[in-house]
Design a protein around this ligand. Sequence first.
Ligand SMILES: [Zn+2]
Length: 316
Amino acid sequence: MFICDCHCDTLTELYKKGTSLYDNDQHFDIKRQIELGGGLQFCAIFVPTHEFRYYGGLRYTLSLLDKYKQELKALQEKGIDVLPVLTKADAADVLNHKAATLLAIEEGGAIDGSLEALRMLYELGVRAMTLTWSNRNDIADGVNEECSGGGLTTFGRQVVAEMNRLGMLVDVSHIATAGFWDVIETSTKPIIATHSNAKTLCSHPRNLNDDQIKAINANDGLIGITFAGQFLEEDYNNACIDSVYRHIDYMLNLLGNDDHVGFGSDFDGISHPPYNIHGVQDYKPLIEYLQSKNYSDSTIEKITHKNVLNLLSKVL
Ligand SMILES: [Zn+2]
């Protein structure tokens, strides 16, 4: 099985621990991904801008971007066939490779308030950006600022327009509700929520309500189901493969189609993973579980990879 996964924080762990993207004891590595049957992994540079108050994020971003490039080089030197996805043509070619990566930024504060920096990060290979983390930045408010009611700022609107123009995925995971609706109104291209679940099943503020899920469907975008226990179950101790299935199934039923749901595990960024998911290798029992629920091969192919590749073909 080929798995497209729209979010992980593996780069942060690699950078902090000096470990390898090919082979490590974290949640995700390329070796296990290839053993599983291959995949496209979005690799996010998570920038804790709240620690920088507020500038300095760009320098940190470049440090993780350097680690990403070094790891790709190491894979190339080992002769491992990993495609860094940059273009529509790459997206169409992904399945011809053993594995693929897509470089993302989690937290738009990474660009230090500069459209020039955004364009240069695009030049360096960034193809998706989560507009906010959970706090406020100069693009919009994150979910922790929900009480303020703030949406996209003037600068935030410029960022969305520029990302649309360049061909970068606009990611609305973590953004507060007003900002979410501003993005729906502003973006001229399909958007993504890389790692968010259904609020009706689990009331965490990071999850999407039914109207938001339907709006992403209408926008032709995609929702990546995440494995964070707190977003799967009210009591994260109960989070398991069945919880992941229930969030997928809820969205498919709500939308009446299987075209807008994928995965966004948040591997290496989750403190409470499901008790029977320990890393990328456990996509195998998860997919087998979906098969046991009588999901058709076509639906499984869409959720595992086709929907994400389809989105990339429209946005990049
Ligand atoms: Zn996140």
